[in-house]
Design a protein around this ligand. Structure first.
Ligand SMILES: C[S@@+](CC[C@H](N)C(=O)[O-])C[C@H]1O[C@@H](n2cnc3c(N)ncnc32)[C@H](O)[C@@H]1O
Length: 398
């Protein structure tokens, strides 16, 4: 399954019987991560912020969900992302990449959080066929396990292009070109808060009675100030992703000239903190089942929060970038030539044509990725209009 949203006003409480039981090896792995978390909770006086819990659950070296263990992406994993459906998504993204590299007279592509490496391989192959390979394709990836997987995918699908690829541990000191990230921001650790009669409280995670549990604490000053501005009612619980905003600011700081193109699921702020979305957007994915309890299956399941795209736009523009476009997944991919790519496919080749039709449906249907998923472009020194947004730009909604 693709990542699914929470419905307004509803939670998706897990029925443990509906979740496939982890193997004994997975249980042992989870127990090691739980021990690591308990040590940190004890060292910090009895609780840690939810963002720190999410960070360790996903990225603790050798233990976190993205840092170890079995395959995450695609049918054998826990969820499907657009690059895993087939090459159509990458072929569409190749069009704006070509246009930016042509405008800059060269430059690099930097993909952050490259997952299995599928987007990198398919994008490079398409750019090669369009005659506009970037000077370098840089991959910024936190997880050593995923780096190995990415290298394996690239060796298998595009071995002759390996020389273009370089892995990075941190952002480069300066950058010219195209920064791409698909489903990166939703995987960054978010803070969780609740409005009470006493004001904004921050949700922490503690260990009690042999299990992780929630604890309310006075909110950090930065969170309190931001959330008070939203004037939310008592009982309202949601997330704020300060790390995602900080990441956008740090990319903006090094972006000499070029574009940051971010694709993810989420909403403008007014919709993110909609009066009916009273329990936030946290979702967990385990073997194609979705539920909303991040304290379960620690290290074995993905944890994610939707993106507040207004916050992302503000983080970029406050750091001197221009907001070049914001729209839905469907509108952006159509603006990148999805229909032309589809019409160039040979209907006589039934297998390939059907595969392509299925990709189009998943990528653009309002019930799949078409509407919940959005695309935002922030850039410096780039002429407008930016390809992909011409027909349907929703910047005014942010
Ligand atoms: C949900 S996965 C998406 C993977 C891939 N982009 C796709 O669409 O299939 C999130 C990815 O972001 C990576 N990641 C998370 N935080 C990161 C950061 N601060 N810098 C670079 N990569 C990060 C994770 O390790 C993982 O590869």
């Amino acid at each position: 399954m693709m990542k699914s949203p929470r419905r307004n006003g509803q939670t998706a409480a897990p029925d443990p019987r509906a979740l496939p039981p982890p193997s004994s090896e997975e249980q042992a792995h989870s127990a090691r991560l739980q021990q690591r978390l308990r040590e940190e909770i004890a060292a910090r006086g009895g609780s840690i912020s939810f963002a720190r819990f999410m960070e360790l659950a996903l990225y603790a070296p050798g233990l976190g969900y993205y840092a170890a263990g079995r395959q995450k992406f695609g049918a054998p994993g826990d969820f499907i992302t657009a690059p895993e459906l087939g090459s159509l998504f990458a072929r569409c993204l190749a069009r704006p990449c070509r246009s930016i590299l042509a405008q800059l007279g060269g430059g690099d592509i930097l993909e952050a959080g490259a997952g299995s490496g599928a987007l990198a391989a398919d994008l490079l192959l398409e750019l090669e066929s369009l005659g506009c390979l970037p000077e370098r394709y840089l991959i910024l990836e936190l997880s050593n396990e995923l780096r190995d997987r990415q290298a394996e995918t690239l060796r298998r699908k595009a071995p002759h292009l390996l020389e273009h690829i370089h892995w990075l541990n941190t952002l480069p000191g300066s950058f010219r070109g195209m920064v791409l990230a698909n489903e990166l921001l939703d995987a960054m650790p978010a803070e969780r808060f609740r409005i009470t009669q006493d004001g904004v409280r921050q949700l922490h995670v503690a260990w009690q009675n042999d299990r992780f549990c929630w604890q309310e604490k006075p909110a950090d000053e930065a969170i309190r100030r931001r959330i008070e501005l939203l004037a939310l009612p008592p009982g309202y619980t949601s997330e704020i992703n300060l790390q995602a905003e900080a990441w956008v600011r740090s990319v903006a700081d090094v972006l000499e000239q070029g574009v940051m193109l971010l694709v993810d699921y989420g909403f403008p702020r007014a919709e993110f903190y909609h009066p009916q979305r009273t329990d936030g957007t946290l979702m967990c994915h385990y073997r194609h089942r979705a539920h909303d309890d991040p304290l379960l299956l620690v290290g074995l399941q993905d944890i994610t929060a939707h993106v507040d795209f207004t916050a992302i736009a503000e983080a970029g523009t406050e750091t001197g970038l221009s907001l070049l476009g914001y729209t839905s997944h469907a509108a952006f991919l159509i603006g990148c030539g999805l229909e032309q790519l589809m019409s160039a496919s040979d209907p006589e080749d039934a297998r390939a044509h059907l595969g392509l039709t299925q990709q189009v449906k998943k990528l653009t249907s309002p019930h799949e990725m078409g509407e919940l998923y959005k695309v935002i472009a922030l850039g410096r020194g780039i002429q407008e209009p930016f390809p992909g947004f011409a027909g349907h730009d929703r910047r005014g909604h942010l």
